[in-house]
Design a protein around this ligand. Structure first.
Ligand code: FMN
Length: 509
């Protein structure tokens, strides 16, 4: 028998099985829930609210004076304020009858747990000190946590990725594991990566409106970056770095793919790490001095792999249906909420085509904002889409083509494998991301697990925004009986289910 990678072991261990849900269903200890905010005590705090382009303060509802438009070279605080707001700022406040409030953010998050933190590195701005800042979501501010120009370190730790040198602004995404693990235990890591992928999705779609060309970087020296940010690695770790060079300065052809390979044996003494998910994160880390073969990742992803699957099945070419985003994609980010119930009605094939076309457009783009679009595959369960037969389809993103695998009504099965959630039964369609994990691990080592989930999250966010723009409903689903999904889609044992997004008509409340 061949030896399994830790990513495979972790995935197997964290599958939900109907008969074995007990181990994931311990009662929640509400007193032990970690705060979704990180505290930094610093006397250098920059209030970003006055720069927001709104009439009312999103936290208090009080009228705001006209947004400050103070300039700056090469850009100002206003650009940073809007960029962070539309990436992961507070876009909604829920008031419970008990008087408690829940703040909702620009990107969705499993269980409302918000494990992702954003840090911003800045250099050479006329209006802000060089340094590393933490984005404080709870009052839309920046706190300066380390003063100085750290570009030399970022370049080294991101293995001399070209986009770092061309940027004056970096966004670093980390996760505080326990915020999600508190509830989801070992399965948290999957959702943490998906959540962070959603945030990455917002940044990638919004940044061009502020004149930036976002370049997500997945290959970096983990421990070095974690230390630069003074993170306690047992609690928090960097998941992605996004370089934000400005507009035309960047030549897409010069930017190489952003993923790098990592797989190391579990170091002795690390077996006592609290959780398997932390071991997986550690094992998929790149350490200083480790030989990283960048030539392997310089090759563009081979999308033929996606095209050759199910190629003999009956194909439907989806019509080109570009989405009109109006003034700004930011409007859809502001409106985005996860739909809490679908009506069960259908929508049009053209609407599905518009959503998929937008979500997957960057698959073949150069450079692609995805870490590796060739290792993630997409299936759809169409439950009610006017102009399409009900059934299970395989989707070829670069051709916008659906291949019918099995016709029929599978609502009973989708409802059941999504843990009995009505969202799945009443959705017009489910988009299901899967991957051949063994092959992905052959390419990137255990680090493939990160790329797969971050990319699925990023595509999930694009699906969200497109659906919202069309007035439809959408919600991610991170909890499912894995093997039941495999069985319905006819997947092999080496294929894993990464993420599910439900689309439909929202139920009127
Ligand atoms: C990775 C992920 C998994 C999710 N899983 C579910 C789910 O299984 N069921 C559900 O009703 N909502 C799910 N959601 C939606 C969250 O509950 C929702 O994002 C959160 O409550 C915040 O609300 P908002 O999206 O409206 O801002 C998921 C969201 C994400 C990003």
């Amino acid at each position: 028998m061949d030896k399994k990678a830790l990513a495979e072991i972790y995935h197997e261990e964290t599958k939900y099985h109907e008969a074995r849900m007990g181990k994931f269903q311990r009662p929640l200890d509400w007193g032990a829930q970690p705060s979704p905010y990180k505290e930094y005590h610093s006397d250098k705090k920059i209030d970003l609210i006055p720069y927001l382009p709104f009439q009312n303060n999103p936290f208090t509802g009080e009228p705001l004076p006209p947004a400050k438009t103070q300039g700056g070279y090469p850009f100002g605080i206003a650009e940073i304020s809007r960029l962070l707001y539309f990436t992961n700022g507070v876009t909604g406040i829920l008031q419970y009858p008990t008087g408690q409030t829940l703040t909702l953010r620009a990107a969705p998050t499993a269980g409302g747990l918000y494990p992702t933190e954003l840090y911003v590195a800045i250099r050479g701005l006329s209006v802000l000190e060089n340094g590393i800042y933490n984005f404080q979501v709870k009052d839309h501010s920046l706190v300066l946590v380390w003063e100085g120009d750290f570009w030399e370190e970022f370049e080294r730790y991101c293995m001399h990725h070209e986009a770092i040198a061309k940027s004056n602004l970096l966004v670093i995404m980390t996760a505080v594991y326990q915020r999600s693990a508190w509830r989801y235990q070992e399965r948290a890591y999957r959702r943490i990566l998906l959540d962070t992928g959603h945030i990455l999705g917002n940044l990638v779609v919004y940044a061009p409106e502020e004149g930036f060309s976002p370049v997500p970087i997945g290959g970096f020296l983990d421990t070095s970056l974690n230390r630069l940010l003074f993170l306690d690695e047992a609690e928090e770790g960097v998941l992605a770095v996004v370089a934000l060079p400005q507009g035309e300065k960047i030549n897409p052809e010069e930017i190489r793919p952003t993923s790098a390979v990592a797989s190391m044996p579990i170091p002795k003494g690390e077996n006592d790490l609290k959780m398997l998910q932390l071991q997986l994160h550690r094992v998929s880390s790149i350490l200083p001095g480790e030989k990283v073969d960048l030539s392997a990742v310089r090759r563009p992803p081979d999308l033929n792999v996606l095209e050759s699957k199910h190629s003999y099945k009956e194909a439907t070419l989806l019509p080109e249906s570009p989405i009109d985003w109006g003034e700004s994609v930011g409007q859809s980010i502001l409106l985005r909420r996860s739909t809490r119930g679908f009506s069960g009605e259908g929508f049009l094939k053209e609407e599905l085509a518009g959503i998929l076309g937008y979500a997957y457009f960057p698959v073949a783009a150069v450079p692609s904002p995805f870490f590796d679009p060739s290792i993630l595959q997409t299936y759809l369960v169409v439950q009610k889409v006017v102009g399409l037969q009900e059934g299970i389809y395989y989707f070829v993103p670069q051709k916008n083509e659906l291949r019918l695998l099995s016709a029929g009504d599978f609502r009973e099965q989708t409802w059941h494998f999504c843990l009995g959630q009505e969202l799945a039964r009443d959705a017009a369609a489910l988009v299901i991301h899967i991957a051949h994990l063994k092959r992905a691990v052959e390419k990137y080592g255990d680090r493939a697990y990160r790329y797969l989930h971050l990319d699925a999250g990023q595509i999930g966010e694009r699906l969200n925004l497109a659906a919202i723009r069309l007035g439809l409903g959408v919600s991610g689903i991170g909890g499912f009986y894995d093997d039941e999904v495999n069985a319905l889609l006819g997947l092999s044992l080496d294929e894993i289910v990464v993420y599910i997004t439900t689309l439909g008509r929202p139920r009127s409340s």
